[in-house]
Design a protein around this ligand. Structure first.
Ligand code: ARG
Length: 475
């Protein structure tokens, strides 16, 4: 059903209908659209444009429609242009022409942006809950591997020994910041655009504040032209989602690498691996690879949105219809990806022997030698030089730094006395890094306790917002 047509002598060409039609994708907004219409109805009642019996009829019609949308009993048809027209058609089919009064005073321009904000609030919260579950899985694995020793990398070269729990836990911090970003987003984007109508504000929406409150917003946007034209909240949401995607991608890359026969650090459970159609022996880390690969579309969706907005004149322009598919794609991609990645992390088995066996390769204790001299008062530049000479000596001899004897150390620098050898172990290196952010076991225990605390508090606000929001939706 078209919501316009009075001034047209003929209907749109088939090609135009196909181009213009958005209902196949914007149907996802249907429950939110009904919700906004229900809130709007209260305003119409206040205004007195509908008699109270009519209001009751429309309200019951909308409530019925809400149930039928959720159950799938009501959906769009071939003629519907968008979600708003499909819902108005459904309402009129149910209760007759009084259903058309729901359009009084509002425009699709403020309706669509209000629906979309509600959709995003709902789905960012759902995604946050999944991110919080992933953080818990990472913490559990980090705790289980708190005493595993592994080489830590810079430039993908052995750098210094680390506690492997520390390596796993680092991912949790990025995801915690993602939750923080969602909290931020919510705080900044909880003003309602409804009441802006087409662009100038409505003469027939008496109390936008009331409607905002009814929908769970904390207030109303200040300027009606901004309210219909602003999509900052969409760009920001896509940035948050793309950043989650980038974090998943980096985690996926590590699991893929650790799963190679060359590393052999992790065994991904069968339930989170896939096989090859030709090579019967293959067990591939496809979940980790998809975590890496899906970031492409998540970043692309952000770029799509910013590009649509750049240079766009204010007031509603149809270009704005292009805001939805990137969001639906990012949301649905993450809701599919996150549980699989959490499952992969939670069920992974780590091979400590393999990690530990290479920990001293690449003279990874050279910093310990330099630190040892620095502690004895040698300026670090000179200490660094001396430790470098030790490495060169080992290269000549074809041995590791930890295998050099006391005599050779002393020859390179007189302060490299024999007690140095006691410090030259991976455990020594790890346990000396005792500052709050370091890799020693007590440091990591402190870090993990803080992650658990922050994740629990995030999980509490996410659940309470979700409860509040679903309460609003079901009123
Ligand atoms: N389907 C449109 C959108 O998604 C909303 C309709 C506004 N259309 C209009 N011609 N003013 O943005």
């Amino acid at each position: 059903m078209a919501l316009w047509g009075g001034r047209f002598s003929q209907g749109p060409d088939e090609s135009v209908a196909a181009l213009s039609r958005s209902v196949e994708f914007d149907w996802r907004l249907a429950p939110y659209d009904v919700r906004v219409n229900l809130a709007h109805l209260q305003g119409l009642e206040l205004l007195g444009v509908l008699q109270s019996e009519e209001v009751e009829v429309v309200r019951n019609g909308l409530r019925q429609l809400f149930k039928e949308i959720l159950s799938g009993a009501f959906s769009y048809n071939d003629q519907d242009e968008d979600v708003h027209s499909a819902i108005e058609r459904g309402l009129v089919e149910k209760i007759g022409s009084v259903g058309g009064s729901i359009r009084t005073g509002r425009s699709r321009n403020d309706l669509v942006v209000t629906d979309f904000k509600l959709y995003l609030i709902d789905h960012l919260l759902e995604i946050s809950q999944e991110v919080s579950a992933l953080i818990s899985a990472l913490v559990t694995q980090a705790e289980a591997n708190i005493d595993a020793v592994a080489p830590g990398f810079t430039h993908l070269q052995h750098a210094q020994p680390i506690n492997f729990g520390h390596e796993l836990a680092k991912h949790a911090h990025g995801f915690l910041r993602d939750l923080d970003r969602v909290g931020d987003w919510l705080e900044r984007n909880s003003l309602s655009p409804f009441g802006a109508s087409a662009l100038a504000g409505s003469a027939l929406v008496p109390e936008p504040e009331l409607i905002a409150q009814e929908l769970g917003f904390v207030g109303v946007m200040a300027n009606s032209i901004d309210a219909t034209s602003d999509r900052d909240f969409v760009g920001e949401a896509l940035f948050v989602l793309a950043t989650i995607g980038v974090h998943l991608s980096r985690l996926g890359e590590e699991f893929t690498l650790w799963n190679t026969s060359e590393f052999g650090w992790v065994e991904i459970s069968d339930a989170f691996s896939t096989g090859s159609s030709i090579m019967p022996q293959k067990k591939n880390p496809d979940i980790a690879e998809l975590a890496r690969g899906k970031s492409g579309r998540l970043v692309g969706n952000l770029v799509t949105m910013l590009t649509v907005m750049k240079g766009l004149p204010y007031g509603y322009n149809r270009d704005l219809q292009e805001d939805k598919e990137p969001v639906f794609d990012s949301v649905e991609t993450l809701l599919t990806l996150l549980p699989a990645v959490t499952g992969m992390v939670a069920t992974a088995k780590f091979h400590r022997d393999r990690m530990a066996s290479g920990v001293l390769d690449g003279h990874s204790l050279a910093t310990e030698v330099a630190d040892y001299l620095a502690r004895k008062g040698v300026p670090f530049a000179l200490a660094h030089e001396a430790a470098g000479s030790c490495v060169r000596k080992c290269e000549e001899l074809g041995i590791g730094l930890h295998e050099l004897d006391a005599e050779s150390f002393a020859k390179i620098h007189p302060l490299l006395t024999s007690d140095l050898l006691g410090f030259l172990t991976a455990h020594g290196a790890i346990s000396s890094r005792t500052s709050s952010l370091g890799t020693s076991i007590p440091s990591l225990q402190g870090q993990l306790a803080e992650v658990v605390r922050e994740n629990a508090s995030a999980s509490r606000w996410i659940s309470s917002e979700r409860d509040r929001f679903s309460g609003m939706m079901n009123q």
